[in-house]
Design a protein around this ligand. Structure first.
Ligand code: NAI
Ligand code: MG
Length: 487
């Protein structure tokens, strides 16, 4: 059976290669993290499918790249409209597959998917330009040319949303795409492939291969015929991909993990601080940007902790399809066990767990209680490693210097949240923080014109606005002399 019906839509469980549905002889079983519902036997790609997908994308490249931004834009804007027409299906589908909140998918995430496509299509047409400048009468003309086949490898925590951050600019650049979604969340990408067909995107321009990273992903990333690799996922996988890319010197863009600080200063609005801190449990803590290390000035630590606790205890855990639910299940048994392992080891070390710290036995399944670890031992695993679950640490500091040392004392540098009531103070702090994105008295405000990415081990490169095109395109400078013209 190559279809499964979810949310009233027929979702194909096969690959999408060269505009055709292609099955593999091998499959793997996809289930819903909500309740274990069977969600299809998914084609499990390997070397053959990876090679076919790259070949299809390569064949489609000359015509797609020659089309130009305006013609490509027409098709991409039609695709964005189709996403908008299918928001309800996409929302239900993604919730079934990855367990994130249905209300977030409806209101925030899926409209954002459409925006990702539309934004980059329009950017390529209207914004992507550079002022020409003169060098002793010579003109420098800078252009962004299509580069070839882009391989996109994406994670499960926000599957279609993170994939379209890449698909949008790659296709708008004139590249053709092979997407490999995470094996735990194959469905939204497959449905999206149908939408690309409906939008009239030519066969082979957008391809999806399903399967495991170490199988099909490894072949794609080592392929000599690809021009770009864009990956969002974990640090260990990024290292494997960097090795795979090395032989061909394929340029890579990496969006990786984090252990971001959320700093609460003595001059902060503590209600706002507590609200922002509790938001870090969003998506059951499976958010790369999450400020999982709450650093609080000791003078306000008790007052803050009380406000935090009050709000955190009100969070409702349960079925992500229920509009009342704040925290759904973890994605998969393997990941659930990983999170529990972190917490169990912290307990065994004698770390102080002041909230949660265990599975939610009332709900069973993959539900883990929102957890808070108080004053973890500096350097211990729970406060240094990315848990990627609903587990926050709270520590106190005395001075700004100490706060900055703690905040920056990590191998990661994805994001930071600063809560302060004093603009000059906040500026002094943000000047010293090492992070790709810093939010002051807010969280998760993301403009697609802005650069997004990680410092240190949190990533290589930036996405957003021109930064995305600088990566996907071949940037070219043509220097034109004032001399030698016949006219
Ligand atoms: P992961 O690294 O295990 O997998 C991500 C993707 O890589 C999957 O599609 C997987 O199949 C593929 N993959 C695995 N091994 C591969 C190989 N050898 N070659 C090619 N592809 C391979 O990460 P996971 O568990 O799916 O996602 C969670 C991680 O992603 C967290 O560390 C999180 O911080 C990070 N993340 C980063 C974001 C960012 O924007 N910086 C956003 C969301 C997640
Ligand atoms: Mg699934």
């Amino acid at each position: 059976m190559s279809f499964i019906e979810v949310a009233g839509a027929k979702i194909d469980t096969r690959h999408y290669i060269g505009g055709q549905r292609v099955a593999s002889s091998q499959t793997y079983t996809n289930t819903s993290p909500i309740d274990g519902t069977f969600l299809g036997e998914i084609s499990r790609g390997g070397e053959v499918e990876a090679n076919e997908a790259v070949a299809a994308a390569k064949r489609a490249f000359p015509a797609w790249s020659a089309l130009g931004p305006a013609k490509r834009g027409e098709l991409l804007l039609r695709l964005a409209e189709l996403v908008e027409e299918n928001i309800e299906t996409l929302a239900q589908l993604e919730t079934m597959d990855n367990g994130s909140l249905l209300r977030s998918h409806r209101r925030g995430v899926m409209p954002r998917v459409a925006l990702n496509i539309r934004f980059f299509a329009e950017w390529a047409i209207n914004e992507l330009k550079h002022e020409s400048f003169e060098t002793r009468g010579h003109t420098n003309n800078i252009s962004w040319d299509p580069s070839g086949v882009a391989v996109l490898i994406t994670p499960w925590n926000a599957p279609l949303m993170l994939a379209t951050w890449k698909i949008g600019p790659a296709l708008a650049s004139g590249d053709t795409v092979v997407l490999k979604p995470a094996e735990w969340t194959p469905l939204s990408a497959s449905f999206f492939a149908d939408l690309t067909k409906q939008a009239g995107i030519p066969d082979g321009v957008f391809n999806v291969v399903q399967g495991f990273g170490r199988e099909v992903g490894a072949v794609l990333t080592a392929h000599p015929d690809i021009a770009r690799i864009s990956f969002t996922g974990s640090v260990p996988t990024a290292k494997v991909i960097a090795h795979a890319a090395a032989d061909n010197l394929t340029p890579c863009s990496f969006e990786l993990g984090g252990k971001s600080p959320l700093l609460v200063f003595a001059d902060a609005d503590l209600d706002l601080a507590a609200e922002l801190a509790v938001e870090q449990y969003d998506n059951a803590g499976q958010v790369c940007l999450s400020g999982t290390r709450i650093l609080v000035h000791e003078d306000v630590a008790d007052a803050f902790a009380e406000k935090f606790r009050e709000r955190a205890l009100k969070l409702k855990q349960g079925d992500p399809r229920d509009p009342e639910t704040d925290i759904g299940p973890q994605i998969h048994q393997v990941h659930f066990d990983r999170i529990k392992g972190f917490v169990d080891r912290a307990k065994a070390e004698g770390q102080e767990i002041v909230m949660g710290g265990e599975p939610n036995d009332e709900l069973g399944g993959l539900f883990f209680k929102p957890t808070l670890v108080k004053n973890p031992t500096p350097g211990s695993e729970i406060v240094t490693a990315e848990v990627f679950g609903p587990v926050l640490c709270m520590q106190t500091f005395k001075t700004d210097t100490e706060a900055l040392e703690m905040a920056n004392g990590t191998e990661f540098g994805l994001a930071a949240v600063v809560v302060s009531g004093d603009r000059d103070h906040a500026k002094r702090i943000t000047d010293e923080l090492v992070a790709g994105t810093i939010w002051v008295n807010c969280f998760f405000v993301r403009d697609l014109r802005a650069p997004f990415g990680g410092s240190k081990k949190s990533g290589v490169g930036r996405e957003g606005g021109n930064w995305s095109f600088d990566f996907y395109a071949d940037v070219k400078n043509t220097v034109v002399s004032p001399n030698g013209w016949k006219e």
